[in-house]
Design a protein around this ligand. Sequence first.
Ligand code: ATP
Length: 267
Amino acid sequence: MEKSIIVNNVAKRYKLYQKPSEKILDLLLPKSYGEEFFALRGVSFEAEKGDVIGFIGVNGSGKSTLSNILAGIVPPTYGDVTINGQTALIAVQSGLDNNLTGRDNIELKCLMLGFTKEQIKELEPEIIDFADLGKFIDQPVKSYSSGMKSRLGFAISVTIDPDILVIDEALSVGDKSFAEKCLDKMNEFKARGKTIFFVSHSVGQMKRFCDKALWLEFGKAKEFGPIEEVMPKYEKFLEEYKSMSKKEQKTFRQKGAELQSAYEPIT
Ligand SMILES: Nc1ncnc2c1ncn2[C@@H]1O[C@H](COP(=O)(O)OP(=O)(O)OP(=O)(O)O)[C@@H](O)[C@H]1O
């Protein structure tokens, strides 16, 4: 099978500062300020062309960090990502320019992706039709609700027809009818053998849509495999986690955070 993405030993380090001035001092005196924190710790997996992979894990486990790395929005600190094809990210914070209108954002995003003015002229009506924002398409994006931003981001990303689609929580902010329209489009992509990465807190959506799952825990890949094997284990964990007392949950999270601070990447 043709590989679509190969993720090899990827780690993402952030620095946590007590006050903004520490960030500047850290630039002048590297390693003196800030606490290291690994949002991803040595993650490796491969996606084949046509795979639909769900990223699962509780809040803060690293799903968005990994989505952003796959979409080329943030670089990994360690490790390599090999991508065969063009990737598009659809996220709630979808990288739209708040000061530009919806229409100008379409043009800007398409230009950044290398489309010519003529190609954009052809794509624009399709994007506007899919986003269905009425006269708001000529209003600045800062006047949009999060659902409207998600509509525009989704419309742009699916219309440019990427090989790899990364969808991070984008369906959670739209209304039900738009989410259905998006799911139809995602199913069409799936039928055409595109590779899709999908982040959602809806276990039902995950089970219906994905073939495989990558379960992240404190930035580490805990399980990767067919959705029907990984999901029952994750649901069992969620049940156990919910039945813990608040104190036990806090201890569990603290242990995870300690592992994320103490991680030593293999270079
Ligand atoms: N720019 C940043 N600076 C510092 N820490 C960050 C940054 N971005 C993310 N993190 C931390 O990295 C960890 C992983 O965050 P991420 O957003 O990837 O998790 P997630 O699994 O997508 O969470 P959620 O389900 O809440 O969306 C979190 O502890 C988060 O606080």
